[in-house]
Design a protein around this ligand. Sequence first.
Ligand SMILES: Cc1cc2nc3c(=O)[nH]c(=O)nc-3n(C[C@H](O)[C@H](O)[C@H](O)COP(=O)(O)O)c2cc1C
Length: 368
Amino acid sequence: MKVVIINGSYRKSGITASALHMIEAGLKEEGVETSFHDLGEICMSHCTGCCSCYKTGHCCMKDDAERISELIAEADGLVLGTPTYASNVSGLTKDFIDRGHFVIEQLLRDKACVTIATGENYGSRDARKVLDKLVIYSGGLLCDSFAMNAPFNGTDMVREELSEKCRRTTRKIMKGLQKKSFHPIQKMIHFVVLNAGIAAAEGRIIVTIDADNRMTKKTLCEIYGLLRSGKFIGGGAPIRFERYSFPLWCNDMLCRVSFGLTGLYSGIFWAKKETFDAIGGFADLKAMEDVATAKLLKKYGKQHGKKYTTLRKNYLINSTRKYDDLGDWLYFRLMIENAGVLIRAALGDRSGMDSLLDRMFYDYNDEH
Ligand SMILES: Cc1cc2nc3c(=O)[nH]c(=O)nc-3n(C[C@H](O)[C@H](O)[C@H](O)COP(=O)(O)O)c2cc1C
C-alpha cells in the first residue's frame, strides 16, 4: 500500500512537518510505503486558469505539481498538512490544490485521506475545513482530520500532545486503508458534478438534468424560444413522475405547491452559460442546492430586468427508480423517523443532518 504525504509549509522542520513525519513513521512501522513531499522544495507554477485539465484530465504544465498529482492518482491514501496563514491554508497548499485538479478528476476516489492544519491562535479550524472539503468533493474517504494550535516554533513544547494525535490518526488511516473494500461509498456531491459539467461545456445555453430523469421531446426548443425572447433569465420545469401512486401524488402536490408559492422552479435548470458563470454555478450545498440555485438565478434575473420562469408545455419526467426499490413512502418515512434530527436542525443544531442527507439523497445513488 502506498500513501502520499504532503507538507504545505515552507518550513521543513516546522510543526506541520513534525506531525506529518510522525504519521509517516507510524505508517512505515505498519509496512506502508510512503512518499513525503515538502511543497516548499518542489518546482510548482501557479494555475493559469487555462482549464485544459477540464478537458484532458491532465495539467498542461509538466512540473512537480503534476508529477505529485500522478503519484496521488496511483496511491491508496493521502495525508495533507498545512499551517494556518491568515485563517486559511498556506499559499503553497492553495497553489497545490489548484494545480492538482482534484475535484474534476475525482482524484481521491477510493483513497483513505487525512488532513491536518496547525496554527498559533485563530483560524486553524477554517484551514482544516478547506482541506476536508477538498477531500470530500474529490471523492476521498476522510479517515481523520485535526487542527492543532501551538506556539510558533513550539514543536518541543507540544511534542507529547502531537505524537498522541498522530498515533490516533495513523490508526485511523490504517483502518481506512485495510478496510478499503468496506468503505461506505463516497458521495458524488451533486453540485460538484453539475458545476464540472457546466465548466466543461462549450455551448451558449446550459440545460441540466439528473441522470435517469428524462425531459419531454420539445423541451430544448421551448427553452431556446424562451431565452431568445429576451424576457427570461432562465428557469426550471414542472416535475411529473414516471408512474403514480397515492404517496407519489402527495410528493407531486408538495412540489406544485412549493413551486407555486415560491416561484423557485427546479428539476431541469436552464439558462445561458454566461448566466451560470455570473452566478458562480450551482450553489455550494450538499442538499437544497437546487432551491439555492433557483434563488441565485431569480435574483440575478431581477438585477437584469428578466424573469425566472418555468416551462409551460414541456416537463421533467422524474424517475421512480428509488421509490420502486425503497417504497413510495420513502421521504415521508425518513422525515417521520428523523423528526428529532429535523427539529434540532431547525433550532440550530445540525449534528445528525449530514448522515440524514446522505440517506435521503446520496446513499442510494452511490450504491445502485
Ligand atoms: C504569514 C503567517 C500567517 C499566519 N497566520 C496565522 C493565523 O491566521 N492563525 C493562526 O492560528 N496561526 C497563524 N500563523 C502561525 C502558523 O500557522 C503556525 O505557527 C503553524 O503551526 C506554523 O506551521 P509550520 O511550523 O509547519 O510552518 C501564521 C504564520 C505565518 C508565518
